[in-house]
Design a protein around this ligand. Structure first.
Ligand code: ADP
Ligand code: ASP
Ligand code: MG
Length: 406
């Protein structure tokens, strides 16, 4: 068996935890498996590096950010290898580049272009445990890149696909994927299984237990994986292709994203090409836009409307700069930024065949006296933007309405 095991930051938070990880890896190897270990930085390290850079300047150079952030994982690969060696397990650490992970040139959120894991195979064949730095790769020109926050998940899934691993395990600090973040919703339950599409939506909508791009990758290449705890041996959650019985559950989970910010452009001229102009400029700055709401104008002589959209909070400053730069070309009145929003979502493949789900969600929020700012829906999800100070209360109420067990 070839197993890929990924350990997140909390699982590596101190030497004792690292020893614990090494012991688990050693156990699998003693059973005769080949093991590739993907590690994150120690918890808090990446945040801290970002904080230091931002103390120097609010918009640090993205190439240098990647050089900086990659050091977090470079520390843990070496420490994990040292811990394994201390247990007499032959182990060797590899950076993302050494493991053959090649990405595009989009610093701080690079996409994996290809993986040539020749070295990983060779080391496994020598009987070594191979420890690979998560979250990082290099461009074909040899520049260090990183894969976006939570990107070690992507490294693990992509390596599992490239190595054709028999098993891919994502070890974290909770027992699996829950119906909601168990830190916010104490009544949340662990799911035995979840479809790629549901996991993709939950992850993309704020459930940071898995990086959403990693789930996208797993779906594309059919990598079945398990999310489980590094602190016990409980079975985790299997993430895989949808099966018929999954449709019987209307709502699989609830998620909350506090990492978005809203920009409202007031008095935008209502004529063809304006939205294209605005969002092309935003896209050219590599900023992802999530929700967009545009009203109809009601002043026929000088048609103008308000345009609101959301971006990831770390991109807000960059986005407001882009928008300010459009002022004369587009001719809007002013742009307002709001960081105090939360996006609450419900997700489930069973929603497709069940009417009244949105109504029940809105009614639940109304009963709690919580105002809805923006709404967006897809086949298997409903999201609302609301005041961040009420967001966790809203999450518990909605979880209670849809997922409370009898
Ligand atoms: P790691 O460092 O292992 O990558 P993360 O902190 O990125 O771990 O993700 C694990 C955390 O995700 C959990 O501690 C939990 O608070 C949070 N989380 C959010 N939504 C969910 C969910 N639906 N199920 C499980 N955990 C969730
Ligand atoms: N260390 C990186 C982060 O904190 C990647 C990861 O943990 O997956 O985002
Ligand atoms: Mg993570």
């Amino acid at each position: 068996m070839l197993i890929v095991q990924k350990f997140g930051g909390t699982s590596l938070a101190n030497p004792e935890r690292i020893r614990n990880v090494a012991a688990r890896v050693a156990k699998y190897r003693a059973q005769g498996s080949q093991v590739v270990v993907v590690v994150s930085a120690m918890s808090g390290v990446t945040d801290n590096l970002i904080k230091m850079a931002k103390e120097l300047t609010p918009l640090p150079n993205e190439r240098e950010m990647d050089v900086l952030l990659a050091t977090g994982e470079q520390t843990t690969i070496a420490l994990t290898a040292i811990a394994l060696q201390s247990l007499d397990v032959p182990a060797v650490s590899l950076t993302g580049a050494q493991a053959g992970i090649v990405t595009d040139r989009v610093h701080t959120k690079a996409k994996i272009a290809n993986i040539t894991p020749r070295k990983v195979h060779a080391l496994l064949d020598e009987g070594k445990v191979v420890i690979v730095a998560g979250f990082q790769g290099q461009t074909s020109e040899g520049q260090i890149t990183t894969l976006g926050r939570g990107g070690s998940d992507l490294t693990a899934i992509a390596l599992a696909a490239a190595l054709k691993a028999d098993l891919c395990q994502i070890y974290t600090d909770v027992d699996g994927v829950y119906t909601a973040d168990p830190r916010v919703v104490p009544a949340a339950r662990k799911l035995a299984e979840i479809s790629y599409d549901e996991m993709l939506e939950l992850a993309g909508l704020g459930a940071k237990v898995m990086q959403s791009r990693s789930v996208e990758f797993a779906k594309k290449f059919g990598v079945v994986f398990e999310v489980r705890s590094s602190l016990n041996d409980n079975p985790g959650t299997i993430v895989k292709e949808e099966t018929r019985s999954m449709e019987d559950v209307v709502i699989r989970g609830v998620s909350l994203d506090k990492n978005q910010a809203k920009i409202t452009m007031v008095g935008v001229p209502d004529r063809p090409g304006v939205a294209a102009h605005i969002f092309k400029a935003i896209a050219d700055a590599n900023i992802n836009v999530d929700m967009i709401v545009q009203n109809v104008s009601h002043t026929p002589d000088a048609p103008a409307t308000d345009l609101s959209f959301t971006v990831d909070k770390p991109d807000l400053l960059k986005a407001t700069k882009v928008i300010d730069g459009l002022k004369s070309a587009v001719g809007f009145r002013e742009a307002l930024a709001d960081e105090k929003i939360g996006k609450l979502s419900i997700v489930g493949v069973g929603m497709r065949s069940q009417p009244g789900v949105a109504a029940k969600m809105f009614e639940t929020l109304a009963l709690a006296g919580i105002n809805i700012d923006m709404i967006s829906t897809s086949e298997i999800k409903i999201s609302v933007i609301l005041d961040v100070t009420r967001a966790e209360q809203a999450m518990r109420a909605v979880h209670d309405a849809f997922l409370r067990t009898a």
